[in-house]
Design a protein around this ligand. Structure first.
Ligand code: GLV
Ligand code: MN
Ligand code: MN
Length: 391
């Protein structure tokens, strides 16, 4: 399975993946998912929002145990963030079947669409739409960098725009366990190749709009300029300083400068800030300071998405920990569809696979093969425990 996917959406110049939602590459990944399910005799359903589900057993008989993750990536992402959880899910089913396991509850594998929000800006769009956390009208109107709306992208991909909360699909999920590569160094120095997740930090994305006055780069005196890149530079420095002071993190990873000419003073800077931290009020304090700074420059800072702190279901976490021999328990600053389902009230847990460098959202993201296999074993153990008895 790993070698099937290794070339899909990979940029040869960087080695990173560009698997953006509802593109041709995404289509190829979705086809791969369907074929992987078909070849195992699993029944594929697609919910209103385009998330794919592969079922072992009748998903309407009683609430199932679901695992899986996502196949999309950030621009220039790594191979593991998302695909490891989907591949491990199919591999775990193979092991269970090889062992003659007979599930007492339906067992599902999900491929959540548009987890990274790399194209339209809202992370976990598939699971947020599914649970009703993201309004369909807002989602459909989101635009990518070329001005294509999500509605147009869905139509191009052959999907309906009749997206939205899907209670039928949600009712099938009695419990959800997502396996994911660890995205920090939480396990790098530990004996255990796997961990169980306790919580996801509160996190949000914000858009700054800093207006300027277009003018000639050669003839406009410095004192006459209204150059929004200066305000942007101040914003970047303030984000770092403020995050440090409040025990949070803040990242200025995406910017658009209009009209983007080398010999013109820009008329507008649009910049995105991602801020997260263990304590929501601290992240909010960072955002408040940056909002004041943007406004003092005649601009705005607008919230594009916000996710409160997620604490995973305590009983399920204890059950996973017990089944896995009490591995380390980690919280994370990375967002996941598991967090969205947990916030919706579905008992949800996560298993992390050791990342020896901690690097993620980068072509350099890596996990040792043996650790990935230990992840499959851990997921198999957990699924056998959860699906071995009726709900
Ligand atoms: C998703 O991976 C995120 O944490 O941004
Ligand atoms: Mn990611
Ligand atoms: Mn991920």
């Amino acid at each position: 399975m790993w070698s099937d996917l290794i070339a899909v959406g990979r940029d040869p110049s960087t080695g990173g993946y560009r698997r953006l939602a509802w593109t041709r590459t995404d289509h190829d990944l979705r086809e791969w998912f369907s074929a992987a399910a078909d070849s195992r005799g699993l029944d594929v359903t697609v919910d209103r929002c385009g998330n794919q589900w592969a079922w072992w057993g009748d998903p309407d008989a009683n609430p199932g145990v679901v695992t899986g993750s996502h196949l999309d990536s950030v621009p220039d992402g790594g191979a593991y963030d998302g695909p490891l959880g989907v591949i491990a899910a199919f591999a775990a089913v193979d092991v269970l079947r090889g062992n003659g396991f007979a599930p007492a509850r339906p067992l599902g594998i999900v491929n959540f669409c548009d987890e990274e929000g790399a194209r339209f800006g809202i992370a976990c769009a598939g699971s947020r739409l599914l649970t009703g956390a993201l309004a369909p009208d807002r989602a459909l109107a989101l635009r990518d960098k070329d001005g294509v709306t999500m509605a147009e992208a869905l139509v191009t991909a052959g999907r309906t725009t009749s997206i939205g909360r899907d209670d039928e699909a949600l009712a099938r999920v009695g419990a959800f366990v997502e396996l994911h590569v660890e995205q920090g160094r939480g396990l790098a120095e530990r004996e255990s190749p796997v961990a169980v997740a306790s919580a996801i930090w509160p996190h949000g994305r914000f858009r700054a709009e800093l207006p300027g006055e277009a003018n000639h780069a050669g003839t406009t005196r410095l004192s006459d300029r209204v150059d929004p890149t200066l305000a942007y530079a101040r914003l970047i420095l303030a984000a770092r300083e403020s995050a440090q002071r409040h025990g949070a993190v803040a990242t200025c990873g995406k910017v658009r400068i209009d009209p983007n000419g080398v010999n013109a003073i820009p008329s507008l800077v649009t910049a995105w800030i991602d801020s997260r931290g263990p304590v929501g009020d601290d992240v909010r304090a960072v955002v408040a300071e940056l909002t004041a700074l943007a406004e003092s420059a005649g601009g705005t800072l607008t919230e594009e998405s916000w996710t409160d702190a997620t604490t995973f279901d305590t009983d399920l976490r204890k059950r996973l920990s017990h089944a896995l021999g009490e591995p380390p328990v980690l919280d994370t600053g990375a967002g996941h569809d598991a967090g969205i389902l947990a916030a919706h009230g579905i008992p949800t847990g996560m298993i992390f696979v050791r990342n020896p460098t901690g690097v993620s959202h980068s072509p350099a993201e890596f996990a040792e093969r043996d650790d990935c296999l230990a992840g499959v074993t851990a997921l198999t153990t957990v699924l056998a425990d959860l699906a071995g008895s009726p709900a």
